[in-house]
Design a protein around this ligand. Structure first.
Ligand code: EPZ
Length: 421
């Protein structure tokens, strides 16, 4: 098990290239189960979560080849039961339900367990499948969805916290092979949903409206193989934008889609940072002084919940009082107690964090609890005095490819050390 030592106070400058999107690649890899023919997916990031998805595909009988960011999957003959011992490692495994149900009219996946970022039920996924005529049974910790045939229908995927991303993906994938037309109302509109729809259409699906709250899918008899390049990871990009704000002089991000980062750019500009945007790159100019700002996380195109922790780390050292309201995962504040160990002044009241900027943060041993919280602790270490020791960094490797090497290439002083035992 590794830990990361972040030596604070080293200014960042230069250029960093952003990788393929984890949250796009995962459902796209699952979608390859919808056809017997080979699918070639490019720009797949080298992350442990991707590794788990490829393990599941292999376990289901697909042939999987992988070489430097290019994954080829051929799911000629497949099984329909995804095993607990892999699924328990990654919640996103739930997105094999839709393709298996679409193709084989049945699928069994172990129910996702508890999650530190908050309640994560799959009731909307199951409600969506029911809209296509599928039933489900929960037994021995597994959920089995099944249908004699799938028929297109009208489904609404809005829950208490708004639309569901993977729920939209799952229903969209199942509906591609249903008989007739499906309309998904209150659909998630994240760029990753659009990227999946583009891949499915390249396979011969008939999907319109992805990226809006209303997606229309006309079912087809079968899908064929296709090639696809995954979009850039907007959350990795957002994390490096905050790194530039935390400790940067001038940092340029290459291979990004700036349009996917409007909400993040708006908040950083309000906090006093100048951002230059080009076609597929953007530059953040650090100025060392962070002004306070108000943030409310929302489904896309609102401010992403996956950037909330990183902004907490930035606003902890700055001027004034910022108020952050987390509406998507109201309990998603595991990073706060660790930032307070570094001297941050943050008051939590339910889903709201009040961050009073302080002049100094001090390095300390801190514990990562989930993917984005671990990124926030590394960012806080960049502008803390002394050394911040982040343990359980396996969380960070789930969603960031070589984040320490990339930050060091910009001038940071970060070491990764092995912990015995
Ligand atoms: C996706 O998770 C992302 N994961 C998450 O990123 C991201 O935080 C989340 O969307 C929101 O943007 C992947 O794409 C692999 P949701 P997902 O279903 O689809 C409630 C990261 O850091 N809900 O959109 O699982 C749910 O509890 C990860 O990369 C129901 O009530 O999230 C939450 O409050 C973390 N019933 C809200 O909806 C359901 O059936 C949004 O969850 C499903 C969800």
């Amino acid at each position: 098990m590794d830990k990361i030592l972040v030596h604070g106070g080293h200014p960042l400058s230069g250029t960093v290239k952003i990788g393929g999107s984890k949250n796009s690649a995962l459902p796209i890899l699952a979608a390859t189960l919808l056809t017997k023919e080979p699918c070639v997916i490019r720009h797949v990031p080298d992350l442990s979560d991707i590794h788990y998805m490829l393990q599941i595909l292999s376990h289901l009988g697909a042939q999987v080849e992988r070489a430097s960011g290019v994954v080829t999957v051929t799911a000629e003959k497949i099984d329909t039961v995804a095993p607990y011992d892999i699924v328990r490692k990654m919640r996103a495994s739930v997105c094999v339900l839709g393709p298996l149900l679409g193709r084989e009219k049945e699928a069994t996946v172990s129910l996702p367990g508890g999650c530190v970022i908050g309640d994560r039920p799959i009731d909307l996924h199951l409600k969506g499948f029911a809209g296509l005529g599928a039933s489900h049974r929960i037994a021995q910790g597994n959920v089995k969805v099944f249908a004699g045939e799938l028929k297109g229908g009208l489904v609404s995927l809005r829950g208490k916290q708004g639309p569901t991303v993977l729920g939209t993906d799952n229903v969209m994938m199942a509906a591609t092979l249903a008989d007739g037309v499906t309309v998904i109302d209150n659909a998630a509109a994240e760029p990753e949903v659009v990227d999946l729809a583009n891949f499915l259409n390249a396979m011969g699906a008939k999907i319109e409206g992805a990226g809006t709250r209303r997606i229309i899918i006309e079912g087809v008899k079968e899908l064929h193989g296709a090639e696809h390049e995954v979009i850039p990871d907007r959350i990795e990009a957002g994390t490096f934008m905050v790194a530039a704000a935390v400790a940067g002089e001038k940092v340029t991000l290459q291979r990004v889609d700036p349009g996917h980062l409007d909400a993040v750019s708006d908040r950083l500009q309000e906090a006093g940072y100048k951002i230059d945007v080009a076609k597929d790159s953007l530059t953040v100019h650090g100025n060392g002084v962070t002004n306070c700002t108000q943030i409310t996380t929302e489904p896309y195109p609102g401010f992403p919940t996956d950037m909330q922790a990183q902004m907490c780390a930035l606003l902890s050292k700055g001027k004034g009082v910022s108020v952050i309201t987390e509406t998507v995962f109201p309990q998603r504040y595991m990073h706060v107690s660790e930032l307070k160990r570094m001297g941050a002044n943050i008051e939590l009241d339910g889903a709201t964090a009040t961050v009073t900027g302080v002049e100094h943060l001090s390095g300390a041993p801190v514990m990562a609890s989930d993917l984005r919280a671990s990124a926030a602790l590394v960012l806080a270490g960049l502008h803390a005095d002394g050394v911040t020791e982040v343990s359980r960094v396996y969380h960070i490797d789930r969603g960031y490819e070589c984040i320490d090497e990339k930050l060091n290439s910009l001038g940071a002083q970060i070491e990764r050390v092995k912990v015995k035992g």
